[in-house]
Design a protein around this ligand. Structure first.
Ligand code: CAA
Length: 248
């Protein structure tokens, strides 16, 4: 039975940035469905959220590269909680390496998880959003989709591709109460950043004008702002949040 609480589906919800997005949306009154990949991690993660008082966060495992699985996940969310009014595409992986060393699998894994997933989830919710004449889609891209990055031909291509989808879908849905936007974080203090070799990471930090990494909470705040029903005039936009590291 559908309830009246608006539903937000956050893919990659159990990750570093994803967690902050889930909590920020939950604070704003949404029922949040956090997508996950690793069931053991997700179970512990949910216990932590609930211990912290987030009873309005739940979890759902789905292979985002599987189109049919995404359709099924969206149907399940609708049946259990009501139609998805906010979709945040935050699932993403890195498989860094220079082109000369990059294996075919590194390319395809990243394109599947970071870009094909966005088609799959958007396609899964768009009809229910159109039916309700309301929706907010927020795609979490990256500074590296804007400027490229040594060692990330796969990741940068996926993240740049995401914004092409954003702008096109925004045009298709502009008169239907649906907004579609991209958020492009710079280097945020998460486990993903910690995978970068320390000297490389330190050199990157030096190039950030504010001289620090961003926090996941700073991303959560921006996403929740875009998700608000009062943010209806912002669509097809890319919003950079990178401490001044790239000003496009
Ligand atoms: N710019 C220019 N040259 C660089 C370089 C850089 N950033 N990094 C390495 N090089 C040079 C090295 O000095 C070396 O030069 P020589 O051959 O002349 O000695 C050469 O490139 C090394 O090339 P290799 O192919 O052997 O590189 P490697 O295997 O040692 O490492 C790498 C390559 C794994 C990509 C490593 O550079 C790296 O981890 N870079 C960081 C990539 C990065 O920023 N990832 C972001 C992850 S976080 C994220 O993605 C979240 C987000 O959205 C921001």
């Amino acid at each position: 039975m559908a309830n009246q609480v608006p539903v937000a589906w956050v893919t990659g919800g159990t990750g570093g940035i994803g967690t902050a997005i889930c909590r920020s949306l939950a604070d704003a009154g949404y029922l949040v469905v956090a997508g996950y990949n690793n069931p053991d991690k997700a179970k512990t993660w949910l216990e932590t959220q609930q211990a912290d008082g987030y009873q309005n966060i739940t979890i759902l495992g789905v292979d985002l590269s599987d189109h049919a699985a995404c359709l099924e996940a969206a149907r399940e969310i609708q049946e259990k909680h009501g139609p998805v009014s906010v979709l945040v595409n935050c699932a993403g992986i890195t498989r860094d390496g220079t082109m000369k060393k990059m294996a075919y699998e590194q390319w395809y894994e990243v394109i599947d998880t970071n870009l094909n997933s966005v088609f799959n989830t958007c396609r899964s919710v768009i009809e229910m959003m159109l039916e309700n004449s309301y929706g907010r889609i927020i795609n979490i891209s990256s500074i590296n989709g804007r400027k490229g990055q040594f060692g990330q031909v796969n990741y940068a291509a996926a993240k740049a591709g995401m914004h092409g989808l954003t702008m096109s879908l925004a045009q298709e849905t502009a008169t239907k109460g649906i907004t579609v936007n991209t958020v492009s974080p710079g280097y945020i203090a998460t486990d993903m950043i910690m995978k970068i070799p320390e000297p490389v990471r330190e050199a990157i930090r030096e190039t950030i004008p504010v001289k620090r990494y961003g926090t996941p909470e700073e991303i959560g705040r921006l996403v929740t702002f875009l998700a608000d029903k009062e943010s209806g005039f912002i669509t097809g936009a890319n919003i950079d949040i990178n401490g001044g590291q790239f000003m496009g």
